[in-house]
Design a protein around this ligand. Structure first.
Ligand code: FES
Ligand code: FES
Length: 216
């Protein structure tokens, strides 16, 4: 049984009533926000990897070794001409915190920052970001592994439901608060409007952004 199965089953890992080992909803959300825990669930929700698999070699298309700055480190990676940033991040660099939902600029699950501006990585060619700075959800981690203040606020407001859209919501909130540390609720709503949530947790996410703006 995976950790997610255990949580969804609503019992402890041992199947006992040992409250010391049982996960609270808050603990589950904390782990989801730290990213990756819902990857397998997301595949069922949004239809799996079909949208990010290599779409067949383009005639004459060959991989080229490029350097890209991801989360403050220069990463060297072989990239196809038509390869999207989402694919490079997830399947070549192992940064699976960036989710893939629609793979066509509609849902926002793949949101990352490029030079501090939100972008849909499913619709950004990796070759286009070679001279720019990419930040994914993993790049928000503090030096000792601590959550970013926005992530903490999301935990405190119990914002995520299934959690699949959460990394994208966090990245949009981080970008907003960088350029506008004290947004109104309407400004926050607008900033997150490119991030769809099938669980309908929009108010919770907004509460979390406003909390982060107040406490940050
Ligand atoms: S995966 Fe939906 S916008 Fe990129
Ligand atoms: S899609 Fe489930 S929490 Fe947003």
């Amino acid at each position: 049984m995976t950790e997610l199965d255990t949580v969804l089953a609503g019992d402890s890992a041992t199947g006992t009533d040992d409250t010391a080992t049982r996960w609270s909803r808050r603990e589950f959300i904390k782990r989801v926000i730290a990213s990756g825990a819902v990857a397998s669930a997301g595949l069922y929700i949004y239809g799996g990897l079909a949208g990010c698999a290599r779409k067949g070699a383009v005639a004459g298309g060959v991989e080229r070794l490029v350097s890209i700055n991801v989360n403050g480190a220069v990463r060297r990676v072989d990239v196809l001409p038509q390869e999207t940033l989402a694919m490079t991040l997830r399947y070549k660099l192992g940064l699976t915190g960036t989710k893939l939902g629609c793979d066509r600029s509609e849902c926002g699950a793949c949101t990352v920052l490029i030079d501090d501006v939100t972008h849909y990585s499913c619709s950004t060619l990796t070759h286009a970001v070679r001279a720019r700075k990419v930040v994914t959800i993993e790049g928000l981690e503090g030096p000792n592994g601590e959550l970013h203040p926005v992530q903490k606020a999301f935990v405190d407001e119990l914002a995520p439901q299934c959690g699949f859209c959460t990394p994208g919501q966090v990245m949009s909130a981080v970008a907003l608060l960088k350029r506008n540390p004290k947004p109104t609720r309407e400004e926050a709503r607008f900033a997150l409007s490119g991030n769809l949530c099938r669980c309908g947790a929009y108010d919770n996410y907004l509460n979390a952004v406003m909390r982060a703006a107040t406490e940050g």
